[in-house]
Design a protein around this ligand. Structure first.
Ligand code: 5GP
Length: 120
């Protein structure tokens, strides 16, 4: 799948759409989800143009991959979720119902998160 530079997260990165920023560095932006599924629901995205984890893990330079993983942990700590716990989730492709074609990790927390997957 080719990267669509007009996807909503690309537009957030360009400042065309506002977001409630939680964290930013040279490689990563994290912001609150517009439609939260838990009391805390934050999205962590790389600034590079990657469609999903498949694209990111295959193509991103080691520095970007390392920065991304470090940022996910940093954001979870900043949000105060280490003691209570949290869940991270990344969707890739149709079976996952990935909605936005720019790689992102969801961080959920702030309540008991229930079962890992919907029953088939
Ligand atoms: P996906 O299904 O692709 O893993 O998740 C996409 C997420 O992006 C959804 O949870 C959705 O609520 C969130 N989202 C979609 N559009 C926007 C937006 O304009 N701003 C923010 N902050 N989140 C968005």
């Amino acid at each position: 799948m080719a990267y669509d530079p007009n996807n909503v997260f690309a537009r957030i990165l360009r400042g065309e759409i506002p977001c409630k920023k939680v964290y930013e560095d040279d490689h990563v932006l994290a912001f609150h989800d517009i439609n939260p599924q838990a009391p805390i629901h934050v999205l962590v995205i790389p600034k590079g143009a990657y469609v999903s984890l498949e694209d990111f893990s295959a193509k991103a330079p080691a520095e970007e991959r390392a920065a991304f993983l470090a940022a996910v942990g940093h954001v979870a700590r900043t949000l105060g979720l280490v003691k209570s716990g949290y869940r991270i989730l990344a969707n890739h492709g149709p079976d996952s119902s990935q909605e936005v074609p720019h790689f992102h990790v969801h961080i959920f927390g702030g309540r008991r998160l229930g079962r890992m997957l919907e029953r088939a």
